[in-house]
Design a protein around this ligand. Structure first.
Ligand code: FRU
Length: 483
């Protein structure tokens, strides 16, 4: 361990000792989501299965609840539900990553776990340098840095980061998020035969390319894979203007479906669609597991108004989403919570063929702060159907125009804010509530709304409204806490 790493490791330990208990005591602390022990968490990184175990790394500033020189925190799990914290995997302790070990990915090769990440370097004048770096582990826990393997290619600004690596037909490929000299956001492809020497192949998608037109000044966190016979590019464009119901968050996170030919750096794709309709979703990353599932974690947050989150007073901020399984069906990316999450269920409450008629109706045993609710809408005679969550968030479906809305009370100023999507017919909802988060999967994962919310801690009520009446099958479970 170099002396900078030793010093930083000691500072991380001290931060956890000093603030960890306060973070744990926060009534808004999540029960079954991954959260930082202290400090700020952002992107999921290096999501991979290695020697049968899932590894998930994350962008972490352990010292304060603001962005800064990021570390890679590290968790492992056998089942995607119970996770164990491991020692910090990467610290910003070398000249090429001194201002942050930024986002990246992991692959297994010849029995080793290999990380690719962006070394972020700033100078006194606010200038930026970027290096795509490699680190290797023999045991999946301790990583040896190998330094930069890719320097900035010509034609790009130093906003060039977040390498995602995969293997195809004996070659390695890497997609990187980029900004061209013309300030266009792009995803750029590289190829390697040995993971150390990389050849630049060019942009495969981006603002101003193909028929896309202007589409953001920077693309972050790209991920490129095949699923159910289609090529999928997930990417986070910055700089899109709101358009109708879309693009209302600070930055966007979405996907293109297309035909992918890595060998010739080609990805003919269709239009962009948002992955999630909620307020807090960004920088997702996927991996393929040994059961052939394409799994995704997202950051349940955005770098927007962070100083206002009440958790900041308890020295922590942000969380990961629940893990989701992806599928492509009828030209859409479908997301479902992984089946392992059913392990968390306790104390089932069932309401079969139940009539709800009126406003603010409570159902026996349906309340709480860490729970899952599954609702099948059997007969909907009502123009609107709404579920209020603890007085601080509300899901409202308007059958007349097929619009589904999530409304929450902003904690900054107490005002209502709203996000929307359209669906043909609302048939089923699966809702996961945690102390200060909500994830709503609509119609088997056709749409998802992911958000934080901060209700009064004593308010545990769930209230249903259907003025003209609705018949539902409903199940509710308390969800267990995982340490
Ligand atoms: C996305 C992002 C990445 C970067 C990382 C830094 O949230 O800005 O592009 O690598 O966060 O923490």
């Amino acid at each position: 361990m170099n002396s900078t790493k030793a010093r930083l490791t000691e500072r991380v330990r001290a931060a956890v000792v000093t603030y960890g208990a306060a973070a744990k005591r926060d009534p808004y602390r999540l029960h079954y989501h991954l959260t930082p022990l202290v400090g700020l968490l952002n992107d999921p990184n290096g999501f991979v299965q290695y020697r049968g175990e899932y590894h998930l790394f994350y962008q972490w500033n352990p010292f304060i609840t603001e962005h800064g020189s990021k570390f890679w925190g590290h968790w492992t799990s056998m089942d995607l539900v119970n996770w164990r914290a491991k020692p910090v995997a990467l610290a910003p302790d070398e000249w090429y990553d001194k201002n942050g070990c930024y986002s990246g990915s992991a692959v297994e090769h010849e029995g080793k776990l290999i990380l690719f990440y962006t070394g972020n370097v700033r100078d006194e004048q606010g200038g930026r340098e970027t290096y795509q770096c490699m680190a290797i582990s023999e045991d999946g826990i301790r990583f040896r840095k190998h330094g930069p393997v890719i320097h900035l290619p010509q034609g790009y600004t130093p906003h060039f980061r977040d390498p995602k690596v995969w293997r195809k037909d004996g070659s390695w490929y890497m997609v990187v998020g980029a900004q061209s000299r013309e300030l266009q956001g792009q995803a750029v492809l590289f190829r390697s035969s040995n993971l150390r020497d990389w050849t630049y192949l060019g942009p495969i998608a981006g603002s101003g390319l193909q028929c896309l037109g202007e589409f953001g000044y920077m693309w972050e966190c790209p991920d490129l894979f095949r699923l159910n016979g289609r090529g999928v590019l997930i990417v986070c464009p910055q700089g899109l203007e709101p358009e109708g119901d879309r693009y209302h968050n600070l930055y966007q996170s979405g996907y293109f479906l297309g035909d992918l030919e890595e060998e010739v750096a080609k990805f003919d794709h269709g239009p962009f669609d948002e992955l999630d309709r909620g307020f807090d979703f960004y920088a997702p990353q996927t991996t393929l597991d040994n059961r052939g599932r394409r799994l995704l974690f997202g950051w349940m947050g955005l770098p927007d108004g962070e100083e206002h989150h009440p958790t900041v007073a308890h020295h922590w901020i942000h969380a990961m989403t629940l893990p989701r399984e992806l599928r492509v069906s009828k030209g859409r990316l479908i997301q479902r919570p992984v089946e392992e999450l059913c392990q968390l269920r306790r104390n089932e409450v069932v309401h079969s063929r139940t009539e709800i008629c009126g406003k603010g109706v409570a159902l026996e045993g349906v309340d709480g702060e860490a729970l899952e609710i599954e609702v099948d809408l059997l007969e909907n005679r009502s123009e609107t159907f709404a579920i209020d969550f603890r007085g601080a968030a509300c899901l409202i479906y308007d059958r007349r125009d097929g619009r589904l809305m999530l409304e929450r009370t902003a904690w900054k100023d107490g005002k209502k804010e709203r996000r929307f999507c359209r669906i043909d017919r609302l048939a089923r909802l699966r809702i996961f509530l945690d102390a200060s988060s909500i994830e709503i999967f609509v119609n088997e994962g056709e749409e998802v709304f992911t958000s934080r919310f901060y209700p009064d801690v004593d308010n545990r009520s769930i209230a249903f409204s259907a003025p003209e009446g609705i018949t539902v099958d409903l199940k509710k479970w308390e969800l267990a806490s995982v340490p």
